[in-house]
Design a protein around this ligand. Structure first.
Ligand code: NAG
Ligand code: NAG
Ligand code: NAG
Length: 397
């Protein structure tokens, strides 16, 4: 409906049609009849790239996927962040970006929040003057998969739960009214690393999920009024999906084979302060073996976050058990001949300013510090060098 409405409203403008295919970063499903829109955005830090030239003004139509919460987007032209958009209401949301100058450019639409919080469709992109295309390919052929739960999605990195109570209340508000993003996944450790190298990537994460655990996001409310927003899939389930929330959307792993896989997966299985069931270890190893069978030559990096970063989320005892379990499973797999598997234990010094984001999660500054160590590690095990500052959104399409 909104696509038709937009076409009617902007009938003097150029509307992107089938055949002028946009390109993507992250996992996206098929649209009906191969039309470019509506395109469902599910995963955090997933992007759509639309090439165009000589436009004076560009308008994007978004809708919230019914039954889900709001989604938050960033809109870039040639890697420069120009606008943000949120699908808060039930109806369509239109965002226009006026442009100066002419020439070939690339529009990048990036969802910065995860499916657990909400999903949305981009229903149309309309140009005032100018035309779509041509696609500029800068792809370096670098591919990463980033797998985990809240920390990998950057959950809480836009807020603060340290210090005074009012800022903690701001975190609660983010989840209560959903008008403010609780996270910007582009500023989380994995996407920071991928964008540093201009690598295409898929961020496969869901707050609360474990290898075994179906975590859940609960909207903070007045006691008994708390409502379950979404039950989480397990991380292995998430890994097999095209659309994060759709169990029936099976992903063709051969369509995107990463050279580097970065994981912080399984901590939520320990977050009870008790050891997870005895089959956790076998399931964890089974998951890594599944990743290996899909990406036979990938460097698989198991991130082990320091206790000062992990404990505020899951408790001291759980954080220690999780770190020990990761170390033990990686050692055992290596002992069984599992190649190119790395345990990367980050030092306590990654924690910046002794401060925390929402609900004890890492801040933007801590994510950046973690990313700088992971970048050095990835550069060391691959032959990848960095792309220019801010240019990354031109490279990972
Ligand atoms: C951009 O286009 C939209 C839709 O036609 C319009 O509402 C908006 O005023 C335009 N902005 C500029 C600066 O031309
Ligand atoms: C906590 O542990 C108990 C006992 O193992 C289990 O029954 C329960 O489901 C766990 N709770 C969560 C939230 O994982
Ligand atoms: C890079 O690899 C070398 C040789 O394995 C190692 O000594 C060094 O510590 C590594 N550097 C980083 C940043 O991982």
């Amino acid at each position: 409906m909104s696509a038709l409405l937009t076409a009617a409203l902007f009938s003097l403008c150029t509307v992107l049609v089938s055949g002028q295919s946009p390109s993507f970063n992250g996992r996206f499903g098929q649209t009906a009849n191969g039309a470019p829109f509506p395109q469902r955005f599910s995963w955090a830090a997933s992007s759509m790239y639309v090439p165009f030239q000589d436009a004076q003004n560009i308008t994007i139509a978004f809708s919230r996927v019914p039954g889900t919460g709001p989604s938050h987007f960033e809109i870039r032209v040639d890697s420069q962040l120009l606008e943000s958009a949120s699908t808060v209401g039930a109806g369509p949301t239109y965002v226009s970006v006026p442009l100066a100058g002419t020439g070939a450019r690339t529009l990048t639409i990036t969802k910065i929040t995860e499916a657990a919080l909400g999903e949305a469709t981009v229903d149309n992109v309309v140009l005032d003057r100018g035309s779509f295309g041509p696609m500029r390919t800068n792809a370096l052929g670098r591919r990463m998969e980033i797998i985990g739960a809240s920390t990998m999605n950057g959950f809480g990195n836009l807020g603060s739960s340290s210090g005074c109570q009012p800022s903690y209340q701001a975190c609660l508000l983010m989840l209560q009214d959903w008008h403010h993003p609780a996270e910007d996944a582009v500023l989380a450790v994995g996407p920071l690393v991928a964008n540093h190298f201009g690598a295409r990537f898929a961020l496969l994460a869901w707050s609360g999920a474990g290898i075994l655990k179906r975590g859940m996001i609960v909207r903070p409310g007045n006691g008994a009024e708390q409502t379950l927003v979404r039950e989480a899939p397990t991380i292995p389930e998430l890994y097999s999906r095209i659309i994060a929330s759709d169990p029936g959307s099976s992903y063709d792993q051969s369509s995107f084979v990463p050279q580097v896989v970065l994981l912080d997966a399984g901590g939520n299985d320990f977050s009870n302060g008790t050891k997870p069931p005895s089959n956790w270890a076998a399931d964890y190893r089974g998951f890594l073996q599944k990743i290996r069978s899909n990406a036979p030559d990938a460097d698989i990096i198991v991130l082990s976050l320091p206790s000062n970063v992990k404990s505020p989320i899951m408790g001291q005892a759980s954080a220690q058990m999780y770190a020990q379990a990761l170390s033990q499973q990686v050692q055992e797999l290596k002992g069984q001949g599992f190649k190119k598997l790395h345990l990367l234990s980050l030092p306590a010094t990654v924690m910046q300013d002794n401060s925390l984001g929402c609900y004890g999660h890492p801040t933007q500054a801590t994510h950046m510090e973690m990313a700088s160590i992971v970048q050095a590690f990835v550069a060391n095990i691959t032959s990848w060098g960095p792309v220019g500052t801010g240019a990354s959104f031109l490279y990972n399409n």
